[in-house]
Ligand binder design. Sequence first.
Ligand code: CP
Length: 309
Amino acid sequence: MGGFLGRDILSIADFSRADIEHILKVADDMVVDPHKASERSLAGRILATVFFEPSTRTRLSFESAMKRLGGDVVSFGGLEGSSVAKGETLSDTVRMVEAYADAIVLRHPQEGAARLAAEFSSKPVINGGDGAGQHPTQTLLDLYTIWDELDTIDGRTVAFVGDLKYGRTVHSLALALCNFDVDLYCVAPPTLQLPGYILSQIKERGRDVKTANTLEELVKDVDVLYVTRIQKERFPDAAEYAKVAGSYRIDLDMLREAKKHMIIMHPLPRLGEIAPEVDRTPHAKYFQQAQNGVRVRMALLSLIFGVIP
Ligand code: CP
């Protein structure tokens, strides 16, 4: 298992199964309930949240995690309020932010931005999503959710549905699941299948991904249905987006043959890909999944700052 003290969190591919299992166990022990005494183990530490793209869950759950551990947070109040609006480069921005904080969470539209930032920062950089690349901390909370809801990750059948080309959460989760004994399926329009470089990495890890044309033919066999939004903002051409927008929707009818314990996950935000009536079924775990982000990010921050070995 790799040490976590001072470590950058850039790609889920940098994590072994032992690393992942350690984080999940630490996350399980975190005290999130405000009515119970929580350790203020990060008092005096400052986390910078530097977001060049919109976010609700990643940013707020990191800020909540840091504050629940007694630490503090600094952030841009929107890019227009920072010197990025004057044209400051990412590398100069990172050089400055590392002078004001002890770790940096970065979200950026460009793939590889977090890795670049890490080259310019002596403080740990956490990738909060880099374009269509990776979202490793989302993956850790996704794995936590599967483990917490189904007791084991091994032996499960996971189906990815939606925008598998641009969906960074799928890229990270598919690679992470290669550490486990799982069956992976993809259901996506032909233009939104998993990129070749992700398929190659899955193959290098000795795993395989099967494709299905429709979810209906697969749903009865699935333990985890991982649904994603079509990432409109990543399409170079609006006409291409229009061709695939609204091309799938999970509704009650589709779930009639699902296993009783099957869980539906979604990194959120959702548009129309999961009908609101699905929220009331025991399958719907996407809001709990987002909530799990706090304990998982508390665990990660505790490990990076070395208050937990
Ligand atoms: N899952 C996720 O990354 O959500 P946000 O874009 O709201 O952070």
